[in-house]
Write a protein that binds this ligand. Sequence first.
Ligand SMILES: Nc1nc2c(c(=O)[nH]1)N[C@H]1C(S)=C(S)[C@@H](COP(=O)(O)OP(=O)(O)OC[C@H]3O[C@@H](n4cnc5c(=O)[nH]c(N)nc54)[C@H](O)[C@@H]3O)O[C@H]1N2
Ligand SMILES: Nc1nc2c(c(=O)[nH]1)N[C@H]1C(S)=C(S)[C@@H](COP(=O)(O)OP(=O)(O)OC[C@H]3O[C@@H](n4cnc5c(=O)[nH]c(N)nc54)[C@H](O)[C@@H]3O)O[C@H]1N2
Ligand SMILES: [Mo]
Length: 761
Amino acid sequence: MSKHTADHPDIKPFEGPAGGWGSVRSLAEILPRERIPPEALIELARQNKPDGFMCVSCAWPKPADHHPAEFCEEGAKATAWELTTLRTTPDFFQEHTLDELRSWRDYDLEQNGRLTHPLRYDVVTDKYVACSWEEAFNAIGEALRPLDPNAVVFYSSGRASLEASYMYGLMARMYGNQNLPDSSNMCHESTSVGLKAAIGVPVGTTQLKDFDDCDAIFFFGQNVGSNAPRMLHDLRKARKRGVEIVTFNPLKERGLERFTDPQNPVEMTTLSETVISTQYHQVKAGGDIAAMTGIAKFLIEWDDAKAPGEPGVLDHDFIAEHTKDFDAFAAKVRATEWEDIVRESGLDLTAIENAARVYANAKAVLAIYGMGLTQHVKGVENVRMVVNLLLMRGNIGKPGAGPTPVRGHSNVQGQRTVGITEKTELAPVDKLKQLYGFDPPTEKGLDTVETCRGVIDGSVKAVIGLGGNFLRAVPETAAMEEAWPRLELSVQIATKLNRNHLFPGHQTYLLPCLGRIEEDVQASGPQAVSVEDSTSCIHGSRGKVAPASPHLLSEPRIVAEIAKRIVPPNPRVDWDGWVADYARIRDAIEATYPEVFKDFNARLLTPGGFWKGNKAAERVWLTPSGKAEFLAPTGLSSTGFDDADGRYRLITLRSNDQFNTTIYGYHDRFRGVNGTRDVLFINSEDMAAAGLTDGQVVALESDAGDGKKRRRDGLIVTPYDIPRGCLGAYYPEANVLMPVEHHADESHVPAAKSVPVRVCV
Ligand SMILES: Nc1nc2c(c(=O)[nH]1)N[C@H]1C(S)=C(S)[C@@H](COP(=O)(O)OP(=O)(O)OC[C@H]3O[C@@H](n4cnc5c(=O)[nH]c(N)nc54)[C@H](O)[C@@H]3O)O[C@H]1N2
Ligand SMILES: Nc1nc2c(c(=O)[nH]1)N[C@H]1C(S)=C(S)[C@@H](COP(=O)(O)OP(=O)(O)OC[C@H]3O[C@@H](n4cnc5c(=O)[nH]c(N)nc54)[C@H](O)[C@@H]3O)O[C@H]1N2
Ligand SMILES: [Mo]
């Protein structure tokens, strides 16, 4: 029987600011829900501080000059989620078959508490049963050794430390593949591909201090109030200096509108708020290339119109010295008709002109963006268009300026840095060969989309997951759930039970691990680990809380035990020695990447982290041409499909009460949704045109034109301030509507921000 806590949905507009008393109240509800005693609040005080632990929620940088409480509502939820005193023990599994648990909601599965024992799936009883670690590791080894390495996938979710991730990537390559998809493949891979091609680095070029030097911020498709709330402090500070913030987002997200600092007693008692966005443009989903083309067109026209001798609007010196292909780009922009820009962006010309004025007048501009740009068929072009705009006025490689992608998981960027990648050109092939004397594979490995294809067509035979909830996070839920049980081996390393775990393969192991907040004691004593934030700063992190169960192993230990059983012994790879003292893993990381990780152990606990450097930030362009490259967009829409009668662009959204597939609760406070996630946000004019009524329950069906039926029932029609032709529904429940082949062209990021659907009554 599934449990329900959300029988009384209540949907009405929320009038308050982001932060403020709402976030304090929300916190007061979390600790009792997780049965956490008040003393545990001490852990919140250690969050994101030198010699404390680095938050397991988002990847926003942790400043050196920290606030007394360097955490936010979301970080506190994530900490409480890990510190919970609730437990999912072998007794629990004795009482519930997987068939039954599949009827539970994601919320109820994880709310049941931390996993405590290694578990094996027993097909006869359809239950998980406790097993010994030795039994699990031996069986995994026996299953993997005979398999063709090409048929085995090693997924990681972005949370595991640099230490665990380095070992994981090395294990896969020694085993014989680089099938190393990670959550980045569903997230900022469009950034990695787009920025690398345009400016020679796969990551943003800015740091926290750039917030002090910018005079305008352009904000595209990132919901800061829910997904990186600590940035609100940086935005607020910038606004107090008069920095203009110009936002492009189909939805009026509260955190982008106004903010009350919950840590500021004056703001709290006077109920005063800071207006965050000085301009808010509700662009159509998939309309950003059009909007940015419009801005570029204004800049070019104004520059053309300048009197001789007047300074230009464009930075001609920068363009001449540092860039390539500006003329082709400018020609394309000039040739684009204003009416096409207006139609495709959904914005009127005055709005675009206002944005362009701010851009033209600013000396240093930060361009901050998230999933609203990357998760589109033209996601890579979206990212390149941001770069085009920045390059036009030399806004890369100077204080206060540059692309600022907001990464997702707390170490997703770092995993890439230490070799979690399916791409040979990003792997340290020569170094690994030199250090460890084996021939690393050079054939490209499987990314997330290719893994899904392989699971569905049967060519993938085993999946190991280092964290995450792969099956729930990927597109094509129904076909994936149907295919997963055909795997010969499914191994999930996890802290809590999730839906992926309920789909066993022929052999299945669920391996519970320590979380980052917990004390990790190995032979040489308590260990620290490290993570890299969104701005390329690397931080040490030390857990101090007693582990949730004495049977948990650390992620490095679990990886080492599997590695010892699937790769030939190699005197140069001392798996046990590494686990005994993580400083030795860091030495190995330093040996592999001597430039980035110079003096790694000595710099581990640098307050604010140590910056790994960024060539584009120095205006050294590691592109084939040695210049920063403009790219003319191929079209104005990033959806990848044509509009048609009754076809909508579905935006799949995160609520303020979830971390990806982890559902903390049913209150999306900022959007005024309480007690349910079965919501369909729709423009009231579209509602009227389609004859729908407020509160009516409808279904969505996929309209991808590939003949496949995909359907999600039970959605409550909710009139919302969203552009016409666009719909909103929550991820991951909406993933059943996403075709696996609906992904970004070059990066393969599933195009979750414009899914073609129709409404069925
Ligand atoms: N509390 C919390 N924190 C998180 C997460 C979480 O789930 N919960 N997830 C983490 C992860 S892994 C990630 S990747 C990040 C995700 O953080 P975000 O990048 O903020 O991702 P989303 O919440 O999916 O939504 C992105 C925003 O894009 C807007 N949008 C949708 N389509 C378009 C479009 O076509 N154009 C524009 N301009 N905007 C559009 C949406 O309205 C929404 O406001 O957050 C990380 N932090
Ligand atoms: N439709 C749609 N789909 C999307 C997105 C979207 O916006 N829309 N966003 C995409 C994005 S940006 C991302 S990043 C992916 C997220 O995909 P994943 O990273 O795979 O998913 P999460 O929900 O973050 O994983 C949660 C699980 O991780 C485990 N876990 C938590 N902490 C730890 C730990 O310390 N160690 C280990 N080993 N396990 C741990 C827990 O068991 C928990 O159930 O989803 C993608 N899917
Ligand atoms: Mo993400």
